[in-house]
Ligand binder design. Structure first.
Ligand code: URA
Length: 444
């Protein structure tokens, strides 16, 4: 089989066979297909698309390209969540203790930040002592004892996705529905949980620009999951503004603690409750109203916050930082950004705000870069808020004095200010679940 012929076939929009997809997956992981050929193939997929059958086969090729995690000891109680990526998305640190507090069983692998989006592993590592590299036995024992464990992606989990994703990132081929579907679901199938709740983002900080595209993507992922014997639901949520008010690693941990203390921003709290409810409903077989009540109670009665402390301590972290968040180091410079005019914030370019936080030290431009855990942005005014010229609208936290001016300019350019407020748009657009007819459907 020649990869050249497979590229030709996809260029002409033809459907690939199971053998061809299995061949390209294996040959690429084994280093037999050069990146320039795979780049051409990915661009052909981006333009020509893939049939559902092809996307399902590519998902399987990714899931089976390396190690898989056996969570069968938890029966069908294990549950995972995955976000398609965002700015200020600290939901894992809030949702997983809520689910564990009501008796759920969360065995989760998370990623690091790259580009303008943050990663849960970097955020958790801002807690002194917290280990994201447990042995398999420690991982399982922590899930059994505490109800939640979160570790970094093991070296050989879905290596085909690792290689493809790195190439997509630099060849402008990320925003393809079949490629995102196979990337996300390939990893989730390999990670072993029986139930999977997806947070599919749309808007200025997400890969999908509108809610309708996000729904299409979610339906494909839900269908593939059920096809492989898993239960999958997807929350469709907006990334037209950063989620909550903090962007940056330890700043986000502090916001997660605030949220679990009942003082969370409304948008963040709503997304977290929706995700936790879905996870409890799927994995603990509760109806939605009961699941939501359980999650809301765990948030309000302090049991989810107590669970966060227990979980952090179980993975070696200093839980005193959770009880006393003022212990987290603060950056050397905290710079106030002031509004230049009166009006309403009409829109925010979330991607640019994410880049601004990275420039302050919160993210990395390449995999080798060091993260500054204290750096980032506290957003004081968001879309829909009234602002007055001279008023402080955001705080830049950084240890890099030289980065402040450019980050401030980028932040201000990311805002659209108008005389009239924008129409209110809810943070959650809807939920995609598998219908009784075997077809994924959206409910609002
Ligand atoms: N997140 C992933 O894991 N893969 C993608 O392709 C996009 C978002």
């Amino acid at each position: 089989m020649r990869f050249y012929d497979i590229i030709q076939k996809k260029k002409h929009g033809e459907e690939l066979t199971a053998e061809e997809i299995a061949f390209l997956g294996k040959a690429y992981v084994d280093g037999e297909i050069p990146d320039y050929q795979m780049s051409a193939f990915l661009m052909a997929v981006l333009w020509r698309g893939m049939t559902d059958r092809e996307a399902s086969l590519l998902t399987l090729a990714i899931a089976e390209s390396g190690d898989t995690v056996d969570l069968s000891m938890f029966g069908d109680r294990s549950v995972d969540k995955h976000s398609t990526g965002g700015v200020g998305d600290k939901t894992t640190m809030i949702v997983t203790p809520i689910v564990a507090a009501v008796g759920g069983c969360v065995a989760k692998m998370s990623g690091r930040g790259l580009g303008h989006t943050g990663g849960t592993i970097d955020k958790l590592e801002s807690i002194p002592g917290f280990s994201t590299t447990l042995t398999r036995e420690q991982f399982i024992a922590t899930v059994e004892k505490v109800g939640v464990a979160v570790i970094g992606q093991s070296g050989n989990l879905a290596p085909l996705d690792k290689k493809l994703y790195a190439l997509r990132d630099v060849t402008a081929t990320v925003d393809s529905v079949p490629l995102i579907t196979s990337s996300v679901m390939g990893k989730k199938l390999a990670a072993g949980s029986h139930s999977i709740v997806l947070d599919v983002k749309y808007g200025s900080g997400a890969f999908m620009s509108c809610a309708e595209d996000a729904v299409e993507l979610a339906k494909k992922m839900v269908a593939i999951g059920y096809d492989r014997g898993r239960q999958v639901s997807a929350i469709i949520s907006s990334m037209d503004t950063p989620l909550g008010s903090a962007v940056g690693n330890s700043l986000e941990v502090k916001e997660a603690i605030e949220t679990l203390s009942g003082r969370g921003a409304p948008d963040l709290t709503e997304v977290c409750l929706a995700l936790a409810t879905e996870m409890v409903a799927l994995s603990m077989k509760k109806d939605k109203a009961e699941a939501r009540e359980l999650c809301k109670n765990a948030l309000e009665n302090g049991s989810a916050l107590a669970k966060l402390k227990e979980w952090i301590a179980a993975q070696g972290g200093d839980a005193n930082y959770i009880s006393n968040p003022e212990k987290f180091p603060v950056s050397a410079y905290v710079h106030e950004i002031r509004a230049s005019e009166d009006g309403y914030i009409y829109a925010m370019d979330t991607e640019q705000i994410g880049i601004s936080a990275c420039d302050l030290g919160a993210g990395r431009a390449s995999k080798e870069d060091e993260i500054d855990h204290s750096a980032g942005i506290i957003i004081l005014k968001k879309t829909g808020d009234k602002i007055t010229g001279g008023e402080v609208i955001a705080l830049l936290h950084t240890n890099k004095k030289d980065a402040i001016l450019a980050a401030e300019e980028r932040y201000l350019r990311a805002l659209t200010v108008s005389a009239e407020p924008p129409r209110h748009a809810p943070v959650i657009f809807g939920t995609v679940r598998m219908g009784k007819d075997g077809e994924p459907a959206l409910t609002h």
